[in-house]
Design a protein around this ligand. Structure first.
Ligand code: GUN
Length: 294
């Protein structure tokens, strides 16, 4: 038997169409155009690519996008004052500060400066705090973790009561996806570099989320038969047969694990496309709330 492949690209395209239709209605009925501002500090090539992709997708769905680019040596005050100016800008409903920021900047202070109502990335400390609390909800949850839950929901995987194992404890994926799964009443185990007997722990998972950035670390004999496997890793491995000299692989050994799992995401084309789709959706939600329509 072979797993069902979760087509994140197709699901993200469906969400993008849904957002696009709602954006058109908002414009036609209320003369409101959702606006997203991206703030990029420095010249990290990966961050530049991500921000460009986010802006392009905004254009595709009719969201107005503004890109703020600051030099890598921008001061704390410069970055925070840009954010405050965007807070006051009526044409902007969502503000995204691309992470990581250069080392000399205090990330928490920058994120704290974002207006909570415009925190479409969900990284404001108050939103993260609410995410971590029982009985409270953030105004927005981070995009990649939300995209993972959305994938599970759209393929009809039950979360409540299941054993979910999360490999990785990053602020961007591992920790927030654990909190979202907990809110959906899964039983959560978070694994990290100090976890003992990792294979045994991973093998308990009904739902496995791999987000460690280690190429093909999860092998077939780590995976419980019929588990749902969500691979967040995007790793470059050398491949002289490719024109670029490398190919992308996830944290999961896809070809062998797909024979064990019931569902599995490919890399690329699994979780990756969902991140921007959720950001677009959050920006639409922010616009409706701020304009008193949602
Ligand atoms: N860096 C890596 N992923 C993300 C993300 O989802 N949002 C932001 N702002 N920065 C990131």
């Amino acid at each position: 038997m072979s797993a069902n492949i979760i087509d994140g690209k197709a699901i993200a395209a469906t969400i993008q169409e849904e957002v696009s239709a709602e954006v058109a209605t908002l414009k036609a009925e209320n003369d409101v155009v959702p606006g997203l501002a991206t703030v990029l500090v420095g010249e990290d090539p990966a961050s530049e690519t991500y921000v460009r992709m986010k802006q392009r997708r905004c254009g595709e769905v009719g969201i107005h996008s503004v890109g703020i680019e600051l030099p890598g040596d921008a001061t704390q005050e410069t970055v925070e004052s840009k954010v405050r100016r965007l807070n006051a800008d009526r044409s902007i409903h969502g503000i995204l500060v691309q992470l990581p920021l250069p080392d000399h900047l205090d990330e928490e202070r920058v994120l704290s400066a974002i207006d909570l109502q415009k925190d479409v990335d969900g990284f404001h400390p108050v939103n993260i705090g609410r995410l971590a609390m029982k009985g409270r909800d953030p105004l927005f949850a981070p995009a990649t973790p939300s995209g993972i839950i959305e994938l599970l929901d759209r393929i009809g995987v039950a979360i409540e009561g299941r054993e979910a194992v999360v490999l990785g404890r990053s602020n961007i994926v591992g920790l927030p996806v654990s909190m979202l799964l907990l809110k959906r009443n899964a039983t959560i185990t978070i694994c990290h570099s100090r976890t003992q007997d990792l294979r045994r722990v991973v093998k308990r998972a009904d739902i496995l989320i791999a987000a460690v950035g280690r190429p093909e670390m999860v092998r077939a004999d780590w995976v419980k038969p019929d588990a749902v496997v969500i691979d967040v890793g995007i790793n470059r491995v050398e491949d002289p047969s490719r024109r670029r000299g490398y190919r992308l692989v996830g944290d999961v050994a896809f070809d062998t694990v797909k024979k064990i799992a019931s569902w599995i995401t490919p890399v690329p084309g699994g979780v990756g496309p969902m991140t921007i789709a959720m950001l677009l959706q959050n920006t639409l939600i922010a616009a409706k709330r701020i304009e008193g329509l949602g």
